[in-house]
Write a protein that binds this ligand. Structure first.
Ligand SMILES: [Mg+2]
Length: 214
C-alpha cells in the first residue's frame, strides 16, 4: 500500500496529476504552435468590391477608375476614408470566397485559426467593426488588430498584401505565406509565398501539411 504524505495525500497521486498537467500544457503548446494567421481585408473579407461599389457611386465621369494606387493622392485618400468611415461599413463586408477556401483548407489540415488584421489609423470605428465581423460571420475567438503584423507569432500567414507579407517574413525565414490572388499582387513573387487563385488547391494543401509537420 502507498504511504500517505504529511497532508494525507498519496504522493503517486500528486505525481500522476502533475504528469497530467504537463500533458495538458504540452497539448496547449502544440495547439499554440500550429497557428495559422488569417488577414481580413482582401483575404477573408471582400474589401475591394465594397470600396469599388461605393467609389463608383460618387465618381464623376472625369474621375479615374478605382484602384489601390489612388490612395497616393490626398484628395482620393480623403474620399476613401469618408467611404470607410460610414457606420457599419466594415461590419457589412461580404466574406471573400478565395480566403474562405483557404480557411477551410487550413482547418482541415489541423491548424488553429487566429485573425491578424491591420487597424487603420484613419478609421477608428473599423477596429470594433472588424471584431464584430469576425465574431458574427466566421465565429473565430482569437483576433489581433495591430499596426504591425510582424510582431505576431504564427506558423503560417494568409495575407493578400505584399508589404505586410514582407514584414512578417522578415523574422521568419522558414515561414509559409499563402496569398489570395488579386490584380494588385499578380507580380509579387517570393520563395516562401504561394499565390492561391482558386485552382491550385492541391499545391496549397501539400504546403500546409508540410508546414504543420515541420
Ligand atoms: Mg489584406
Amino acid at each position: 500500500m502507498k504511504k500517505l504524505d504529511s497532508k494525507g495525500k498519496c504522493p503517486f497521486g500528486a505525481m500522476h496529476s502533475s504528469i497530467k498537467d504537463e500533458e495538458k500544457t504540452s497539448k496547449k503548446l502544440e495547439i499554440i504552435e500550429n497557428i495559422a494567421l488569417f488577414d481580413l481585408d482582401g483575404t477573408l473579407a471582400d474589401y475591394d468590391s465594397a470600396i469599388l461599389r461605393d467609389y463608383n457611386k460618387i465618381k464623376s465621369p472625369e474621375d479615374p477608375e478605382y484602384s489601390r494606387e489612388l490612395k497616393k493622392y490626398p484628395y482620393m485618400r480623403a474620399r476613401i476614408d469618408m467611404i470607410r468611415n460610414q457606420t457599419n461599413w466594415w461590419y457589412d463586408l461580404d466574406v471573400l470566397d478565395l480566403g474562405y477556401d483557404l480557411y477551410l483548407m487550413a482547418v482541415e489540415v489541423g491548424f488553429k485559426i487566429h485573425i491578424l488584421t491591420q487597424g487603420p489609423k484613419s478609421c477608428p470605428n473599423s477596429w470594433g467593426e472588424k471584431l464584430r465581423w469576425v465574431q458574427q460571420k466566421i465565429n473565430i475567438e482569437d483576433v489581433t488588430i495591430t499596426r504591425d503584423k510582424g510582431l505576431v507569432y504564427g506558423k503560417i500567414l494568409v495575407d493578400d498584401y505584399p508589404e505586410y507579407i514582407e514584414r512578417w517574413l522578415k523574422w521568419r525565414k522558414n515561414g509559409l505565406v499563402i496569398m489570395p490572388a488579386h490584380d494588385y499582387n499578380k507580380d509579387y513573387k517570393h520563395p516562401n509565398v504561394i499565390r492561391y487563385d482558386g485552382t491550385n488547391n492541391d499545391e496549397v494543401k501539400i504546403a500546409l501539411k508540410k508546414s504543420l509537420n515541420r
